[in-house]
Design a protein around this ligand. Structure first.
Ligand SMILES: [Zn+2]
Length: 152
């Protein structure tokens, strides 16, 4: 199976829309925030565990130790190799969605993680919620119409 990864910044999005996309892809949501808390409803680790169940994993090893900027400029991944090992165990069975809060990919530490994945042969696309939500909704609609049953 070809390993597939996506990256996603949740700012401005709703967790239920992300859930639709993650389910459509059969993926595991990998939360790479060092501190998985949020003032935005639904985006704390606790809320995501409740909503995503086994399709959610917090991977603090891929968090940015410098997320508050206390070490000056730049990104410090807590334990890149250790975190990637966890991600590859998941990638053997399922696609992964690497998630942080930041809207901008270019300045977020998920770019560092995506580059590391690419060096290991796994390309990470930006997750397009509108596209994947459409796939999920179409699948549900088809099931409701009984089209899959008629195909037999
Ligand atoms: Zn970020």
């Amino acid at each position: 199976m070809k390993m597939k990864a996506y990256h996603f910044g949740y700012q401005g999005h709703k967790p239920e829309d992300l859930l639709l996309a993650v389910e459509a892809l059969g993926a595991v949501l990998c939360d790479i925030r060092y501190a998985p808390y949020s003032r935005q409803p639904g985006w704390s680790k606790k809320a995501l565990v409740a909503m995503f169940g086994a399709a959610y994993r917090h991977i603090p090893e891929l968090g940015n130790l410098n997320y508050k900027g206390e070490y000056g400029a730049g990104i410090r991944i807590a334990d890149l190799d250790g975190g990637l090992e966890t991600v590859f165990k998941i990638l053997e069975r399922r696609p992964v969605v690497v998630m942080c809060v930041c809207r901008e990919f270019e300045t977020c530490h998920r770019l560092t993680v995506a580059e590391a994945l690419q060096e290991l042969g796994v390309y990470a696309d930006g997750l397009d919620l509108t596209m994947h939500a459409t796939i999920a909704e179409t699948r549900v609609l088809n099931q409701q119409l009984g089209l899959f049953r008629n195909e037999k």
